[in-house]
Ligand binder design. Structure first.
Ligand SMILES: Nc1ncnc2c1ncn2[C@@H]1O[C@H](COP(=O)(O)OP(=O)(O)OP(=O)(O)O)[C@@H](O)[C@H]1O
Length: 315
């Protein structure tokens, strides 16, 4: 759906983006992470055929940015990081205006507008003035607008920037819904946690260069090759968590035991690479008379994974 090869944009001597390569399949949700000025907007504007690269190739939905920009515009929904809304227009009028621009006519137009409004949960603001909407609602209206012509590919430039926590959560839920509809999505942000649980692919861009470009699942595997467990026992009958830690440290399949960070918190037990079965741990504790209250695999979050993976690269 998106194929980029050696894409480069220069402004004078400055490389806004430099030799970017990227390949996204249908249904991929690509989180494009980078600090301000890293090159996210430049990349998206080139894909949206609003900006010419200095050199390099880019195809969207099978169409070249050089030879078929009109086909690309039909296939994409591009939401810029800042967009204006017209004053003294109602929400529904605003959408109908853009639907008309997409040549959606007659009864279908009203239906399409109502459908996208429902999708972004703004049906109840149908007759409100666009200028009366909160920033979160305005962003959702912007999303509704780019969905009018049912594009296969969405390019969303920082859709959650400047929103309060609740509105960010709403945008994330909406992205998940669009993902379940099979859309291919490129969504940018300058912070990773925002996109962590929405994307299946992540790219990190710094000073115009894509320094990480990976499948989320692969990153997880790469970062965590060992099993890490959270373990807790009941502190009674002379048995303590410290005693359990000592016992576990002596087991051959255990590589390390980190004490609990605060009173009552579980131990963090890392197994040796070849030992994957946590039931040995349960058995050893049980046989020594401990009452196990917690034994679960410690789930690594994407943020930690990427921090580990990019250590030293982004500093
Ligand atoms: N028209 C322009 N003329 C000169 N330099 C530009 C122009 N547009 C962008 N740049 C530069 O290109 C680089 C990349 O900018 P870009 O807007 O793509 O970054 P970004 O990752 O989208 O940042 P932000 O998160 O702030 O939107 C920056 O150094 C920027 O100053």
């Amino acid at each position: 759906m998106i194929e980029i090869k050696g894409l480069t944009k220069k402004y004078g001597e400055l490389f806004a983006i430099r030799e970017i390569n990227l390949s996204l399949q249908a249904g991929d949700v690509f989180g494009f992470i980078g600090p301000n000025g890293a090159g996210k907007t430049t990349t998206m504007r080139i894909l949206a055929t609003l900006l010419q690269p200095t050199w390099g190739e880019a195809y969207v939905a099978g169409h070249s940015i050089y030879t078929a920009p009109k086909d690309i515009r039909r296939a994409i929904g591009y939401m810029p990081d800042f967009f204006g809304v017209y004053d003294d227009m109602k929400v529904i009028e605003y959408l109908e205006f853009f639907a008309a621009a997409y040549r959606i006519r007659g009864e279908k137009r009203r239906k399409v507008c109502d459908d996208v409004l429902d999708l972004v949960d703004l049906g109840y603001k149908r007759d409100a003035l666009v200028t009366s909407l909160s920033r979160g609602m305005t962003q959702r209206l912007g999303l509704a607008r780019v969905l009018l012509h049912d594009p296969q590919v969405l390019l969303l430039d920082e859709p959650a920037s400047g929103l309060d926590p609740r509105a960010r959560i709403e945008i994330r839920a909406l992205l998940k819904e669009l993902r379940s509809m099979g859309k291919t999505i490129m969504v940018s942000s300058h912070i990773l946690p925002e996109l962590a649980d929405v994307c299946n692919k992540i790219g990190i861009i710094e000073r115009g260069e894509l320094i990480v470009n990976a499948d989320v699942a692969d990153v997880m595997k790469q970062v965590r090759q060992q099993t890490v467990l959270k373990v807790a026992v009941a502190e009674r009958d002379g048995k303590t968590l410290d005693g359990a830690a000592e016992l576990l440290t002596g087991l051959p399949q255990v590589e390390s035991v980190a004490p609990s960070s605060q009173p009552g918190a579980p131990l963090t037990v890392t197994l040796r690479a070849e030992a994957q079965d946590p039931s040995d741990i349960a058995r050893a504790l049980f046989e020594a008379g401990y009452a196990l209250t917690l034994l679960k695999e410690d789930e690594i979050n994407l943020e930690t994974a990427f921090m580990t993976l990019t250590q030293g690269i982004t500093s």
